[in-house]
Design a protein. Sequence first.
Length: 192
Amino acid sequence: MRLIVATSNPGKLKEMEAYLTDPELNWELALKPAELDIEETGETFLANACLKASQVAKALGEWAIADDSGLRVNALNGAPGIYSARYGTSDQNRIERLLAELGDTPNRGAEFVCAVAIAQPDGAIVLQTEGICPGEILQAPRGTGGFGYDPIFYVPSQSMTFAEMPAEVKHAVSHRGVAFQALLPQLKQLQP
Ligand code: ITT
């Protein structure tokens, strides 16, 4: 069975493919066509993940998986949240804006959230899950791995930013990792 990975973000795609490349999974992965772009009109991560999975599945008549994720910063009352992608025009620009908004406030607590949804070919959602990773926003970027806000997101339990972690460590502790750990057993049950 084919599963369309419904994302246009190359960083996310790489991580989603790594979770879905599991010897016990028989899904053949395929990429969403670039021209198929779904407007994120939902008010929660889960609503937007469901919207993306459902619309892409229906448009192509295939199974689809989507991820909606972002960073909730305590001192900014949860911003940028579901607007994390729309917070700036490039990863660097989004990081600079977030650091500027935070200034030198000592309240650096934040959490990454990831919602994942899977839709069947008629668009009906069959699986949905959410994962959270708590951390802190640094004063300046550290590390060169990962993507997005990774260089400023520090995880105290690992004493590293996401961008300093080897891929397998981020894979195990991140919001996306937590979401996929819950999703994979259910996805294995879905396949014939
Ligand atoms: P798709 O909707 O096509 O999947 P997108 O980048 O628009 O791609 P989102 O709307 O879910 O995806 O926005 C997520 C934002 O949060 C985006 O700016 C990402 O860079 C950032 N983000 C999500 N997960 C991240 C992670 O693991 N590390 C760093 N930044 C992350």
